[in-house]
Ligand binder design. Structure first.
Ligand code: GRG
Length: 301
């Protein structure tokens, strides 16, 4: 009998990332028409790569609750479009003024400031057009409607954009623990909450499970952003695909400036462990999802 080679966790992660990559491409707009430049700028940003963590968390949460329909796919593409639109705007000269992202020139450097603003706007809007496509391929239109509401709420002024507002206002100013917590929960946490909640909602999870999923995702968001701060200080441009030392350059208060490196590292571990514990308490099992969250503690980019 032939020995069956066991697939490692890293190989499984790589295969899933590639599959998501291919899926997202099928939802991208066609580069034609008089407005072609904006489509090219949008596609340039989305196709630059990235870990595809948000669509992956969404799909894995959907599977955890037994979801098996096609309505998850447009939402997976939509969340990555929204995330990418936020990166495009975050890199602009009026925000972090960064020239590299995901291993290539940022959208504003490649296409100009004006086109990068429009590309961010276009991607954000196209994400909702894409997500709404799920209505035509689902047995649960009411779940799709609720998922769109979550997507909008977690992106907007009470979500990611609200967090970014305080982040920008407080640049070059000291932030209190409470303000920093607000910024991290919204700027970074809200989209991760949307990702996992949408997975749960589309799969038909009960209300208590949706609430617990939101809580677990908020912990993931916090751990993820603290790790992002740590990497900004300790990693290299080659590994991250974006400049290191960006927070210091922009004189930003971060978790690391408030708590130091050692405490930050141990808090990432503690918060991620708590997220895993909450997820383990939910009905259903998904070992890959737990490993994915575990990976955030040791991630290098
Ligand atoms: C246009 C929708 C829109 C929003 C503008 C600029 C802005 C408001 C929000 C910025 C939010 C932001 C960039 C938060 C940081 C979150 C974060 C840690 C991003 C890095 O995510 P990774 O590591 O990146 O998943 P990859 O490249 O792997 O996808």
């Amino acid at each position: 009998m032939k020995a069956v080679k066991k697939v490692t966790w890293k190989e499984e992660l790589a295969a899933k990332t590639l599959r998501i990559e291919e899926l997202i491409k099928t939802y991208l707009p066609k580069e034609k028409g008089f407005q072609k430049t904006i489509v090219q700028a949008s596609n340039y940003s989305v196709c630059a790569g990235g870990k595809r963590l948000r669509p992956m968390l969404m799909e894995e949460t959907y599977r955890l609750f037994g979801g098996d329909g096609p309505e998850i796919f447009p939402f997976m593409a939509a969340i990555e479009m929204i995330h990418t639109s936020s990166l495009v705007h975050d890199d602009l000269p009026c925000m972090d003024n960064d020239e590299y992202r995901r291993g290539r020139k940022t959208t504003w450097v490649e296409f100009g400031y004006d086109m990068a603003v429009l590309a961010g706007d276009a991607l954000l809007t196209f994400a909702f057009e894409t997500a709404a496509g799920a209505f035509s391929d689902t047995r649960h239109p009411e779940r799709v409607g609720r998922a769109i509401q979550i997507l909008a709420g977690k992106t907007g002024m009470y979500g990611m954009i609200g967090g970014q507002t305080v982040d920008v206002e407080m640049t070059e100013k000291p932030m209190t623990e409470e303000q920093l917590d607000f910024v991290y929960r919204l700027k970074t946490g809200a989209l991760l909450e949307a990702s996992m909640m949408i997975g749960a909602v589309l799969a038909g999870a009960d209300e208590e499970s949706i609430k617990q999923t939101e809580y677990a995702a908020s912990l993931v968001g916090m751990a993820f952003q603290i790790q992002d701060d740590i990497l900004d200080l300790t990693s290299t441009t080659e590994i991250l695909g974006k400049p290191v030392g960006s927070d210091e350059k922009n004189q930003k208060t971060t978790y690391v400036t408030l708590h130091g490196l050692e405490q930050s590292r141990s808090d990432v571990e503690k918060i991620s462990r708590k997220a895993i514990e909450v997820l383990k308490g939910l009905p259903g099992e998904n070992e890959f999802l737990l490993q994915l969250i575990q990976m955030l503690i040791t991630r290098e980019k």
